[in-house]
Design a protein around this ligand. Structure first.
Ligand SMILES: [Zn+2]
Length: 607
């Protein structure tokens, strides 16, 4: 754009503003406070008492843009069809209100920002396409409105229509049903259901309505200044929109319901497709039906830093149970355990599969512990207080889909709202799964994952209010572990149990791989061997106790569990099986971040 054009556009904007009548200014004066008032009203009447301060800035910004464009559209009065974009926030709120559980203030703020961002972006895109097209022929303005309106409303209207037609919520299962339907089935369904035909007729009516709405009032013609402003807004918002739709932190429920479902199905399908390959590997490495009878339990902790455990010398007394247990003959406290990565998905995938950092198996799909134990005739159960869906969690869900039974306590809603049940909720389902004579049970705790204060019930040990909230969460987990181990020790069928965390945590900082320090790989690990097991296999207990001070990385959990259960196998190498006397993993050789670093953080040079 050369200088003259730039000045012309600027003049155009200035003149348009000068031409605004008193009535136009009254419109603006009504729209801005109304938008602000309605947003504030909505958020204030949501339950919850926490709003992430960083989310208020975007809300304010998108609120102003939304009000500005709405005022502009009301003043121009020539393309009423585009008003549908401004109806999007209330429609989305209604759809989410009907389809999901009531939301908290924390989420309501981001929900409103998201809805207004979409409204504004789609309005701008429509204007930028529709105004020049309408310059040639007024009716052409309908096309972008139909296209963008359809895209914007497709998902919320689908959810609303499903709700009205069936009275049920639209869930992962609904999407799965749609996902597994082929075209012929879909067409048959469409033509045999009155509701679908009605919906179709309504859509046609909406199209016709938009056509006539766009013809009301005199055509304004194309204003260059207005279009340049709209183009700038569109450009400026394109990146935030892209992030909101694809970003890892964008948590809109309607969006996530669809994107995460599709990703989840893809991951599960891919995993299932390689089942035969994994079974081949199991047959090569495992003696069928080997292993001792009994119940074996793995408890996976979360973000548990052993340097904050009194059992490892920390003051105050954050782990009284672990400390007392370490002195008893039933337990072995492993003093030098580390995590093989610092993020849950990577670690749990290694813990529960033959994958480890030291032995390379080539490109073949590696079996999970569930694959192996099923082959050996164990009944396998996975109980989780984490989340089944989502890009961090779906790979774990795929892996544990090999278990005979999976129990997930939380839903997508819980994930978005950062909430989970308290870990003690796992006790009831655990007690119901300790009945079989030959079984393997995994418990996946929420442990001390941030935000720490949400990991224990309100009022838990208020006398310790001066403690760091992280330490209080560690104390709570220790209490839950005490209750779990008490239950296990009372049950004569339980032969062995292992508690270890997925990774550690730097309280207040977190556990990111990009900021690796040794501390976030230092985890607690506690092994329980029942009296009967120690009697039957005295050598095993002796060997493990002699390795209590050895360096151990938790990707070797798979081999440890199989050896505890007496499964005869050839996975790994005798050097990396801590239950064998041949175990030998010097600190310099041990790895983390999936083999990319030494434990002290030194990067490994790859040849
Ligand atoms: Zn984790």
């Amino acid at each position: 754009m050369n200088e003259n054009r730039f000045i012309a556009v600027f003049r155009d904007i200035r003149d348009s503003l000068r031409r605004l009548s008193r009535r136009d200014w009254i419109v603006c004066a009504a729209v801005f406070p109304s938008v602000g008032f309605l947003c504030a009203l909505y958020i204030l009447f949501r339950p919850g008492n926490y709003i992430e301060p960083g989310t208020l800035g975007p809300l304010f910004f998108f609120g102003i843009l939304y009000a500005a464009l709405l005022s502009g559209a009301l003043i121009r009065r020539d393309a009423w069809g585009r008003m549908i974009y401004f109806a999007f926030p209330p429609v989305l709120l209604l759809c989410e209100w009907l389809n999901f559980s009531p939301i908290e203030q924390f989420y309501a703020v981001t929900q409103l920002s998201f809805a207004m961002l979409l409204s504004v972006w789609f309005f701008c895109a429509d204007t930028l396409c529709g105004d020049p097209a309408g310059h040639f022929r007024r009716s052409l303005r309908l096309l972008p409105t139909l296209l963008f309106g359809f895209l914007l409303y497709l998902l919320p209207v689908t959810i609303l229509a499903h709700h009205i037609a069936t009275g049920r919520n639209f869930t992962y299962d609904s999407i799965q049903a749609v996902y597994q339907t082929d075209l012929a089935e879909a067409l048959h369904y469409f033509f045999t259901h009155f509701f679908c035909l009605l919906l179709f007729a309504l859509l046609i009516l909406c199209g016709a309505g938009l056509f006539f709405l766009n013809r009301i009032g005199a055509s304004r013609g194309v204003s260059r200044g207005y279009l340049v402003c709209i183009a700038l807004v569109l450009l400026g918002l394109s990146r935030p929109l892209y992030t909101e739709l694809t970003g890892i932190d964008s948590l809109n429920r309607t969006k996530m319901l669809f994107t995460d479902s599709l990703q989840y199905f893809a991951v599960i399908e891919e995993y299932a497709a390689r089942g035969p390959e994994r079974m081949e590997m199991v047959k090569r490495h495992v003696e069928k039906a080997s292993g001792e009878d009994g119940i074996f339990v793995l408890i996976i902790g979360e973000s548990h830093n052993r340097n904050r455990c009194s059992a490892y010398g920390y003051e105050p007394d954050t782990t009284p149970f672990m400390k007392a247990a370490s002195r008893e003959p039933d337990f072995i406290l492993m003093r030098n355990a580390f995590s093989c990565h610092v993020q849950t998905m990577q670690v749990v995938s290694c813990m529960l599969s033959a994958h480890n950092q030291y032995v390379k198996y080539g490109k073949t799909a590696l079996p999970s512990i569930f694959d192996v134990l099923k082959y050996c005739g164990y009944y396998t159960v996975f109980l989780s207080n984490q989340y089944p869906h989502g890009r961090y969690d779906s790979p774990i869900a795929a892996l544990v889909s090999g278990a005979d039974e999976c129990v997930w306590l939380n839903t997508m809603e819980d994930f978005i709202l950062w909430r989970a049940r308290f870990d003690e909720t796992l006790l009831a389902p655990l007690s119901q799964h300790l009945r079989s004579d030959r079984s393997f049970v995994v418990l996946h705790l929420m442990g001390s994952h941030g935000p720490y204060a949400r990991r224990y019930p309100k009022g838990f040990r208020e006398d310790l209010a001066s403690w760091h909230v992280y330490d209080r969460s560690v104390l709570y987990v220790d209490g839950v572990l005490e209750r779990i181990f008490t239950m296990l020790r009372k049950n004569p069928r339980v032969k062995a149990a292992l508690y270890l965390a997925d990774h550690s945590e730097k309280p207040g900082v977190g556990h990111g791989a990009d900021a690796y320090v040794q501390e976030i790989a230092e985890i607690p690990m506690l092994l329980y061997l029942s009296e009967s097991l120690r009697r039957e296999r005295p050598g095993l207990a002796e060997t493990l106790r002699s390795h209590a001070g050895s360096v151990f990385t938790n990707d070797l959990t798979f081999e440890l569990l199989l050896d505890l259960m007496g499964v005869r196998h050839t996975f790994g190498s005798p050097r990396y099986r801590i239950a064998l006397p041949s175990y030998c993993l010097p600190f310099e050789e041990a790895r983390t971040l999936l083999g990319a670093r030494r434990l002290d953080g030194t990067e490994i040079k790859r040849r």
